[in-house]
Design a protein around this ligand. Structure first.
Ligand SMILES: [Zn+2]
Ligand SMILES: [Zn+2]
Length: 380
């Protein structure tokens, strides 16, 4: 199935202004929000599609990439190349909706309380070591969340009693006032809009029907996961109320830097520090890898900044598509102190190499650039 056009999803013109885009997305998000459509898979798909489209079109850089190259221009940004349900590519949308539009307030204020409500999604920031991201791991995390009170099973009423229909509003949760020609509905103050009152509250939750709990949850961290990627643990968010489904728990992963290796996509880069004689005459050098040292042959005349590729020694692909490669980039070890003999030998060597015969074009350029600049060069 071909991917739908983002502008079409949002229902806006290709030259739509930011306020138009925001307003279109807001309408769609409100209409299809999972809280409003509990258990409706089609609505959830629409909601996700709108969120993904908005994530791209609301970002000037991504929008211009999308305008020029279509989905191919932003595929990394939106889908992450991984199951988008597990690693929501629209990372921040669920989390940011509240911030963007004040969703919480909007729903809390407008929605009749007392009906089934989906529990809130939770976010947990997890820091893992570089090694753990390489091997994958299973980690147990402690999260505080709201759960249904076991004592009253969420009703909030003490054992042997049940919530009663509010006499003030007759269970509607709203009171109507005549204001001139208008009828205005306000939340009932007696039951606070719930439509029911609890005369004998449950002791365990003081009538709230929910209690705060610390839960230990085991999260499987797939090998190859990178900073910013996010695991979705279905149903591990806060419990829903009145029979509503639980929210989800999003574990946002932060991978610590490594002293030796630098990651770009699934490839790794490291320095290979070698002596001048080794570069000039060639030899065998040890390259560190995540699985231990490997020996490689350095040909005579190797320049500083030369790259040696160790196939398949990079990071595992998080979607299980093999491993990246490892690039070892040579740099020169210059001794800070020399023995008398070394100094003498270097002087003798220098005499054989008059300055003007040195061909420095290649090595100078490579040496002058910092390591990660060179990394950029490699990929253009
Ligand atoms: Zn209770
Ligand atoms: Zn009432």
């Amino acid at each position: 199935m071909s991917k739908r056009d983002y502008y079409e999803i949002l229902g806006v013109a290709r030259n739509a202004t930011d306020p138009q885009i925001k307003s279109a997305y807001r309408k769609l998000a409100l209409k299809h929000h999972p809280d409003r459509n509990p258990g409706d898979a089609a609505a959830e798909e629409e909601f996700k599609a709108a969120a993904e489209a908005y994530a791209i079109i609301s970002d000037p850089e991504k929008r211009s990439a999308y305008d020029r190259f279509g989905h191919a221009g932003v595929s990394g940004a939106a889908a992450g190349g991984f199951d988008p349900n597990a690693f929501a590519g629209f990372e921040d949308i669920f989390g940011n909706l509240g911030d963007l539009f004040g969703f919480g307030d909007m729903f809390g204020g407008r929605r009749r309380r007392g009906g089934p409500q989906r529990g809130s999604d939770l976010r947990y920031d997890l820091e893992i070591s570089f090694e753990e991201s390489f091997t994958g791991s299973e980690t147990s995390i402690q999260i505080p969340r709201e759960e249904t009170c076991e004592t009253c099973k969420g009703s909030g009423a003490a054992a042997g009693s049940a919530p009663e229909v509010c006499a003030q509003c007759k269970g509607s949760g709203q009171l109507r006032f005549q204001q001139g020609f208008l009828t205005v509905a306000r939340p009932c103050s007696t039951c606070r809009g719930i439509g029911k009152v609890i005369s004998k509250p449950c002791q365990a939750c003081r009538g709230a029907g929910r209690v705060g709990r610390e839960r230990k949850i085991t999260a499987k961290i797939p090998a190859g996961i990178a900073t910013g990627q996010r695991l979705r643990l279905y149903g591990e968010g806060e419990h829903g109320s009145a029979g509503g489904p639980p929210g989800d728990l999003y574990v946002v992963v932060h991978v610590q830097d490594h002293d030796v290796f630098h990651r770009e996509e699934d490839d790794l880069y490291c320095h290979l520090t070698v002596s001048y004689p080794m570069l000039a005459m060639g030899g065998t050098a040890q390259v560190p890898t995540m699985m231990g040292d490997e020996q490689i042959k350095i040909p005579a005349g190797t320049q500083i900044g030369a790259r040696f590729k160790l196939r398949g020694k990079g990071m595992p692909n998080v979607s299980g598509r093999g491993h990246g490669d490892l690039y070892a980039i040579t740099r020169l070890a210059i001794p800070k102190t020399l023995t008398k003999e070394q100094k003498h030998l270097l002087e003798e060597l220098a005499k054989t190499m008059p300055q003007e015969t040195l061909d420095t074009s290649e090595s100078d350029e490579a040496a002058a650039k910092p390591f990660f600049e060179k990394v950029k060069d490699i990929f253009g």
